[in-house]
Design a protein around this ligand. Sequence first.
Ligand SMILES: C[S@@+](CC[C@H](N)C(=O)[O-])C[C@H]1O[C@@H](n2cnc3c(N)ncnc32)[C@H](O)[C@@H]1O
Length: 279
Amino acid sequence: MPAQDVALYYDELHRWTAEDKDFQVFSGRENDTIHRFLIDHDTGAFSPTTIYKFVDPHIATQSPVRGLDAGSGYGGTCFRCLHVHGGQWTGITVSPEQWTRAKGIATARGFDHRIDFHLTSYDAPLPGRFNVVVAIESLIHSSDPAHSIANLASAIDPGGRMIIIDDMPLDDVPASDTELLAEFKRCWRCPVAPSAPGWIAAAAAAGLRLVAREDLSHLMKPRAEDKLDAAFADLSSQAGEKASAGFARLSDAEIGGLHLERLHRRGTIRYTMLVFEQT
Ligand SMILES: C[S@@+](CC[C@H](N)C(=O)[O-])C[C@H]1O[C@@H](n2cnc3c(N)ncnc32)[C@H](O)[C@@H]1O
């Protein structure tokens, strides 16, 4: 079952990150996020919060906000958006470890009445209706993107927004990168990984109108290929030992992250924000 495997994948990453404070690929834990660091050209910071500069104007079109974070990880986007935009926020994740931690943070911060977290899939019936849906680096795991988008769209009120930020391969992947892309998708449990036009077509079929498309790839810092070669050799040499210790998925995540960095470096995958309006 792909969804079960994704849940185990993130639970395993949770356990490893708890042990290894230097684990950078999925860092941002200090913000309760598991998404990409981006350069903020105004401050020079390389930070997991830069993404919100792009997301915020679209959330601000709605008032009061009734937000869904589809693939919410530790809840960082819910906590941050409640602070900035107010309203009511719901997060869903398929990882029991993330769910438990996110609920614990909400309770500890006294947000229980403004934020709720659910252990469920964006492919299952959703816990309410919303005027904002945010999905940061989560929909790429969908095994049926047209279904996932249609399911989310069905829970958005007319005039509401869906904001998708994810790694989107080019439509025409160079032959030299086909194998690398396939290996990245296997390692990161992303069976389809649509291109931007692929997501736009799925959204249109679900009745959503594209209102913004922004390529954010230039705000990343992919390493040079020789550095990636060295990191790949190092992580590959550790893969057997990690698998024997029960961390095979973690090893895949690390190696897949290097493949992704290389594909970004080459421009074959673009880190893209798509914003849709429910009609
Ligand atoms: C890379 S993390 C991003 C987490 C969060 N969006 C953030 O920015 O911190 C991917 C998230 O997608 C979630 N996810 C993957 N497949 C999912 C599904 N079918 N339904 C709900 N969440 C899913 C995972 O549980 C995880 O929380």
